[in-house]
Design a protein around this ligand. Structure first.
Ligand SMILES: NC(=O)c1ccc[n+]([C@@H]2O[C@H](COP(=O)([O-])OP(=O)(O)OC[C@H]3O[C@@H](n4cnc5c(N)ncnc54)[C@H](OP(=O)(O)O)[C@@H]3O)[C@@H](O)[C@H]2O)c1
Length: 247
């Protein structure tokens, strides 16, 4: 079987890294996008290559439409198509909603939500039947988490966009879905005030008895990218060990 061409945004660390490595196991041709962490991206690339993937690194700020265009142009130049887009990159401002400025709003919406639209447009232009667009969201899209307003709203936009894109791309055999994860102990938690304490509380409250790992999330993304998931369209799949079930 010909290997798939896969692009993972924000693959330098955390969940994006685990997703890249999961696709590396199927010897994918893997594009890893990163923003500032070149060293992290190179580590991901090395590990993915050791699993048999052919890996390409691409630095791009997803807030910038030109840089997104250049990234997809490179995929097009090398392979003429893209099979799977995983829109994982995200950034955040942790503040009360009333303390958010226009600059915060534009930064977070630009990185997390607008970029899905721009990446999906570029991806869809070269995606064959069976193509996949998968993004990452969080429970804050429809619940109130303190200091999380900017990210929560951006994820709500991303989830809604997922449904619109899904309806428009379904006739071409392309599926568009979102994986909404519970807390995963990645570096982002070091930036969150009281991050460690919150993670401990989530751990204690999760019915499955542990925190999610990046690999738990990566497996769900991988499943959505499989032919078996062809009829899952426009959905937000919650992967949280049962955390959100409790009142
Ligand atoms: N961790 C959690 O608890 C959790 C829970 C639910 C959902 N999620 C979602 O899962 C995804 C990954 O989360 P994570 O915890 O692994 O995040 P993370 O460790 O903070 O990594 C974020 C990634 O996004 C990249 N990025 C940030 N701004 C960018 C930009 N302007 N252009 C391109 N790339 C950019 C970063 O690149 P550089 O490092 O190169 O700058 C990095 O690779 C996010 O969408 C997040 O919202 C996370």
């Amino acid at each position: 079987m010909e290997s798939r061409i896969v692009l993972v945004t924000g693959g330098s660390r955390g969940i994006g890294r685990a997703i890249g490595l999961r696709f590396a196991q199927e010897r994918a041709k893997l594009f890893i996008n990163y923003f500032q962490d070149r060293e992290g991206a190179e580590k991901t690339a090395q590990e993915a290559a050791s699993k048999g993937a052919e890996v390409f690194l691409f630095q791009a700020d997803l807030k910038d439409a030109e840089q997104i265009r250049a990234m997809f142009k490179e995929v097009q130049r090398l392979f003429g198509r893209l099979d799977v887009l995983v829109h994982n990159a995200a950034s955040g401002v942790f503040r009360s909603t009333l303390d958010l400025t226009a600059k915060h709003w534009d930064w977070v919406m630009g990185t997390n939500a607008r970029s899905l639209l721009l990446c999906a447009r570029e991806a869809a232009a070269s995606m064959p039947d069976g193509g996949r667009i998968i993004s990452l969201s969080s429970l804050g899209s429809n619940r109130v988490i303190p200091q999380y307003g900017a990210i929560g709203v951006s994820k709500a936009a991303l989830e809604s966009l997922t449904r619109y894109l899904a309806a428009e791309l379904a006739p071409r055999g392309i599926t568009v879905n979102t994986v909404s994860a519970g807390a995963v102990a990645t570096e982002i938690w070091r930036l969150i005030p009281d991050g460690e304490e919150i993670l401990q509380k989530v751990r204690e409250r999760t019915p499955s008895g542990r925190l999610l790992t990046p690999e738990d999330v990566a497996e769900t993304v991988y499943f959505l990218a499989s032919p078996q998931a062809q009829m899952i369209q426009g959905q937000v799949i919650v992967v949280d060990g049962g955390y959100s079930l409790l009142a």
